[in-house]
Design a protein around this ligand. Sequence first.
Ligand SMILES: *Cc1c(COP(=O)(O)O)cnc(C)c1O
Length: 498
Amino acid sequence: MLYTSTRDKSIRVTSAQAIARGISQDGGLFVPIEIPKISLDDIKRLVSCSYIQRAKEILSLYLTDFTSEELDYCLNGAYAKGNFSDEKVAPLHTLDESAEILELWKGPTCAFKDMALQLLPYLLTVASGKSAPDKEIVILVATSGDTGKAALEGFKDVAKTKILVFYPEEGVSPMQKLQMTTQEGENVSVCAIEGNFDDAQNGVKAIFTDKKIAEKLDSMGMMFSSANSINWGRLVPQIVYYVSAYCDMLEKGKIQLGDEINVVVPTGNFGNILAAYYAKEMGVPIKKLICASNANDVLTEFLKTGKYNKIRDFYTTISPSMDILISSNLERLLFLMNGMDDKLLCEWMKDLSDNGKYTVNSLVFDKIKNTFEAGCCDDVKTKQTIAQTFNQKDYLCDTHTGVAIAVYDDYVKTSDDKTPTVIASTANPYKFSSSVLDAIRPGMAKGMDEFDIVLGLHVETGVECPAQLANLKGKEPRFTKCCKKEDMESVVFQMLAK
Ligand SMILES: *Cc1c(COP(=O)(O)O)cnc(C)c1O
């Protein structure tokens, strides 16, 4: 399987090269030139398989230049027993007769980013061993919260790699911040920036695509790579859990082989839901992909109208990992849907960077309408949904999952669509303790510090706080630096000089 760039379809690279480079030199994203298929018989066979076996089957279709032994090494390292707290890795929890929650946060940092970022360092070191064996890899990350910690944890002390994470100073939860600033490991650095997530992401993208910086790094025996969801190595592990969820729906007797399901995904950068789209295109019987946004509803508007417009107010919400106005992975969907027309895609992306907006043609918009539904919900409704879900269904969810459940409820009410549904749950509720406690016991969290809130949430709900979060109590931060967005480049070189 070869890969091309969304902004120059004459490009051909192997999966190892796509993963090692992260982003194409033309600024485009790597995509496989075709989507491999799986049959219902394949799916039936996977039902009795472990998560690692399911993952191997799917990954071997995309990463054809990895040997079977290399895939085993990567998958056994990432999803080994003990690394994820549930042996199913990404288990389903029954919410009610028609909806299952796909819990994607059983990994070491308690957010769904672990699903990909526990595997990526393995994929990347194998990939760079093939395509650039002498180079040290420098991972730059812009994070809205969860990616940063998951990437730090995945890459800490991995030989021949260094990692630097930028996060928006005011844009992450106290628990997320503490998780990052206390990170251990010799090859890690963390820096806050004055600005929001888009500032951090734009800064990192600019550093990545700057030829002079790349040359300087090359002369130092290093190369950049990306652990953001623009890296194909982030996306491909996420396809696996949608195939796996379908298998588990079969195993639980919720559906029969071939029955369609709907999938609801709380979305920010469009990576997670794009993985579900790939699963659908591969042949998993998925009817609708339902995109859930918070008050930053740029995607809801786009999927309903075909017009993308980032010129709008930016809101800091209680679901910060979705506080995003530029959804990078949407570019991949548009490229697939416009028949891989790189010129047209470049026009849209230029419109976006020059004018802050673009409108897709009717061909693409019709395809979008056939596949996607979209909805959004503000913080008040998110909190109501968290409380209702806890009180009526005895399930404590985080704020991002709360958005997804609210949008799902609305969709069912307005469409009367009774298709069995998988709702992606992207974080453990204790990562956002204060908002979750406030939803369940309004006002109670006021004036309490983060770990009193954790205790309060435990007392009120009986749900255990994962040890890796509880153990952060009293831990001294190692990284306290905050820089201006113009200074990101110099922070990178300061870190590399260490
Ligand atoms: C990253 C993240 C999201 C958004 O995922 P995308 O792939 O960017 O759409 C949602 N919820 C949580 C908790 C996250 O960490």
